[in-house]
Ligand binder design. Structure first.
Ligand SMILES: Nc1ncnc2c1ncn2[C@@H]1O[C@H](COP(=O)(O)OP(=O)(O)O)[C@@H](O)[C@H]1O
Ligand code: SF4
Ligand SMILES: [Mg+2]
Length: 412
């Protein structure tokens, strides 16, 4: 998505030539009053970094995911977006419990599964499935598609052996492949078809939540839209919820009524589609949006060019103090190095983590968070201030929020 020029990263619209055009499907809307199926609360994954040699001591940690909170509603989709290395796949692997989290909660249907014992994970493996980015490496080349799609049914002993083929053929039909092709091998299919096989495999056990980790990034732009349409059809038909991971805001726009933007292990902005695409208040979201041609105008105004961020993404082993985005932020000030901005709710379904939240060119002159943090405009402790005790990030949205105009918490 980004072309690194050494000193400056120019955001481009994906690895492909243009935006993903999803035709024939209305943009997905969030189901009304849907309950959360997944609540991620202060989730952390710090991978230990070991010293070389015989006595491998832990010399640091990769802070791949560092205290993120969000929720996914039943039968809805949350898009998780950010540059490569910001912690998206780690988040997906934590939710599917391929990793043990360092801390935090993962509540699935109300039950915390973050520390679940392997025995308890077996039923969970049916309910939460993953679709991977690369349809070339995620399918075993030595197995027929029938064996690949049918394997979970046999492992979980859900169907007698003589019924498996019928179910495999039904699944092939659902994902738009010829049911008679169950005896073929993955290499006999195109990239888009292989991803359809990966989707059929993920659907075998009737999951309630699908974690799709960049499911279309490896596909041609013309095929991307077809696969996204298929996922949307599957959601409409089976009511499955999605965590849809992408490095590009164009890909998730149509499919996800809610989007979270990640940077270096943190969520920097999260909100409904309108808040993110038409009213982004974080400089990083604005930079990502400026790379999406068809929404650039709405996000940046007609005359503005693409936003160019300085420098490289810092290491998650030793992230910048305060706001992790400050080393590349075009509007950073002193307070940004001293204090991490809280992820503050600024609208009914909109949260942003920035001391100076605002539309492009409309960022406030004074840090809006200073009073809440009990510091002055430069980030020095302010003895007269009373810091807010209510800044802990929680999944979902509260009924009251920080009103940017009145600079206080209350219903807008
Ligand atoms: N198993 C691991 N051990 C150590 N570091 C890891 C591991 N997996 C990922 N990381 C690091 O964590 C950070 C986030 O990686 P990842 O979640 O794959 O990001 P993304 O999917 O957004 O590209 C990266 O710096 C990556 O190098
Ligand atoms: S807190 Fe400061 S450095 Fe971080 S995004 Fe906002 S202005 Fe930029
Ligand atoms: Mg990834």
């Amino acid at each position: 998505m980004s072309e690194n020029t050494g000193t400056e990263t120019v955001f481009e619209s994906g690895d492909n030539d243009g935006p993903v055009e999803v035709v024939g499907h209305a943009a997905a809307v969030a189901p009304k009053d849907a309950k959360p199926i997944l609540e991620v609360d202060q989730l952390r994954m710090h991978f230990p970094v070991k010293s070389p040699g015989l006595f491998r001591r832990t010399v640091g940690h990769v802070q791949a995911v560092d205290g993120i909170s969000f929720q996914v509603a039943e039968a809805s989709s949350l898009g998780l977006v950010g540059e490569s290395g910001c912690g998206k796949s780690t988040t997906g692997r934590l939710i599917t419990r391929l990793y043990d989290p360092t801390s935090g909660q993962i509540r699935f249907e109300g039950k915390d599964i973050a520390k679940a014992h392997p025995r308890e994970l077996k039923p969970l493996r049916r309910d939460i499935q993953m679709i991977f980015q690369d349809p070339y490496t995620s399918l075993n080349p030595r197995h027929t598609v029938g064996a690949i799609i049918g394997a979970p049914l046999l492992i979980h002993k859900l169907l007698p052996r003589n019924k498996v083929l019928g179910r495999v053929q039904e699944l092939l039909e659902i994902v738009g492949l010829n049911p008679e092709h169950y005896n073929r091998y993955p290499h006999e299919f195109s990239g888009g078809q292989r991803q359809r096989i990966g989707i059929a495999r993920a659907l075998t056990l009737h999951p309630k939540l699908l974690v799709a980790d960049e499911p279309v990034s490896a596909l041609d732009v013309s095929i991307q839209a077809q696969v996204i349409n298929l996922l949307q059809d599957i959601q409409n038909e089976f009511g499955v919820a999605f965590l849809f991971i992408a490095h590009d805001l164009a890909v998730v726009r149509h499919f996800c009524p809610e989007i979270a933007v990640m940077y270096l292990g943190k969520i920097v902005e999260i909100g409904d589609r309108e808040s993110i695409y038409e009213n982004a208040h974080h400089p990083y979201t604005q930079a990502l949006l400026s790379a999406v041609p068809d929404v650039r105008q709405a996000a940046t105004g007609e005359r503005r060019d693409r936003i160019r961020l300085q420098g490289d993404v810092p290491s998650p082993i030793n992230p910048p103090s305060g706001c992790r985005f400050r080393t590349r932020c075009p509007i950073a000030q002193e307070i940004c190095a001293k204090h991490e901005p809280p992820l503050l709710q600024i609208g009914r379904q909109h949260k942003v983590a920035c001391h100076f939240p605002g539309r492009i060119g409309e960022a406030p002159r004074e840090p809006l968070t200073a009073g809440l943090l009990g510091v002055d405009a430069e980030g020095r402790p302010d003895p007269g201030a009373s810091p807010s005790t209510d800044l802990v990030e929680q999944p979902g949205y509260a009924d009251t929020w920080f009103d940017l105009d009145n600079k206080s918490i209350g219903r807008a």
